[in-house]
Design a protein around this ligand. Structure first.
Ligand SMILES: Cc1cc2nc3c(=O)[nH]c(=O)nc-3n(C[C@H](O)[C@H](O)[C@H](O)COP(=O)(O)O)c2cc1C
Length: 211
C-alpha cells in the first residue's frame, strides 16, 4: 500500500495559516483521488522530535563503542530510539508532503530537527568511494510553502533558503521528483491576498489529482 507522510511544520491550523490552508486543500483532494493510500500526518509542533543533543551523542557513542541499548541512560534511550523510529517511518514511506511557512528566509526550526532525524547514513543515503549516494530513489516529494513576499522570481529569489534547502536534501537522498506549490506575495500585496490564496489552492488541488 502506498504510504504518504503529510509533514506539517506550523503551529497554526488551516484557518489561520495560508500554507496549512493550501496543504489541507491538497491532502483532502489527494485522499479523494487515492482512498486506499495510507496517509500519516506528522504534526511537527505536536510530535516528539528530539534535537541532536548531548544525550543523543552520548547514546550513539555508547552504541558505536559496542555497548548494548540497555547501557544507555533513560534520556539517551528515549531520544535515540525516537530518532530511529522517525527515520524508519520516513524511509518506509513512498511520498512526502512538507507544509511550511517562510520564516526569516527559511522554515521553522522543528523541521530542521526532523530532517536531522531522517538524514542517516545507511538509511536515506550511503557513503561510497565516489561520495555520498541517495537511497530514496523511488520516492516523490512536494513542498507547500507560504511566504509574504515574492521569491519565485526577482531579486529576493536567492534569499529564499527553505524550499531551496529541502530541494538540496531531497536531491541528497536521491528523491527524483520534488515539486513546490507557493502562496506568495500576499503580505506585499494585501489587496490581492484572497486571489493569491485561491490560485494556490487551485494549483494544489490540480497537482493532488496526479501526484
Ligand atoms: C516569524 C516570521 C518570519 C517571517 N519571515 C518572512 C520572510 O523572511 N520573508 C517573507 O516574505 N515573509 C516572511 N514572513 C511572512 C510569512 O512568510 C507569511 O505571513 C506567510 O503567509 C506565513 O505562512 P502562513 O500563512 O502559513 O503562516 C514571516 C512571518 C513570521 C511570523
Amino acid at each position: 500500500m502506498t504510504k504518504v507522510l503529510y509533514i506539517t511544520a506550523h503551529p497554526h491550523d488551516d484557518k489561520q495559516s495560508y500554507s496549512m490552508a493550501v496543504g489541507k486543500a491538497f491532502i483532502d483532494t489527494y485522499k479523494e483521488v487515492n482512498p486506499s493510500h495510507e496517509i500519516v500526518n506528522i504534526d511537527l509542533y505536536k510530535e516528539n522530535i528530539p534535537e541532536i543533543d548531548v544525550d543523543v551523542f552520548s547514546g550513539w557513542g555508547k552504541l558505536q563503542s559496542g555497548k548494548g541499548f540497555e547501557d544507555l541512560s533513560s534520556e539517551e534511550k528515549a531520544k535515540v530510539s525516537r530518532l530511529s523510529e522517525l527515520c524508519e517511518q520516513f524511509i518506509a514511506a513512498d511520498k512526502y508532503i512538507f507544509v511550511t511557512p517562510l520564516w526569516n528566509f527559511s522554515f521553522p526550526p522543528v523541521l530542521k530537527a526532523y530532517i536531522d532525524s531522517v538524514s542517516v547514513a545507511g538509511k536515506s543515503f550511503k557513503y561510497t568511494e565516489q561520495g555520498p549516494v541517495g537511497l530514496l530513489t523511488d520516492k516523490k516529494a512536494l513542498h507547500i510553502q507560504a511566504r509574504g513576499g515574492i521569491y519565485s522570481e526577482g531579486p529576493a529569489a536567492e534569499m529564499e533558503m527553505g524550499h531551496r534547502y529541502l530541494n538540496i536534501i531531497m536531491q541528497f537522498f536521491g528523491v527524483p521528483s520534488f515539486e513546490g506549490v507557493f502562496v506568495e506575495g500576499h503580505a506585499a500585496m494585501p489587496d490581492k491576498a484572497q486571489e493569491i490564496k485561491e490560485n494556490a489552492i487551485a494549483r494544489a488541488k490540480d497537482l493532488a489529482s496526479t501526484f
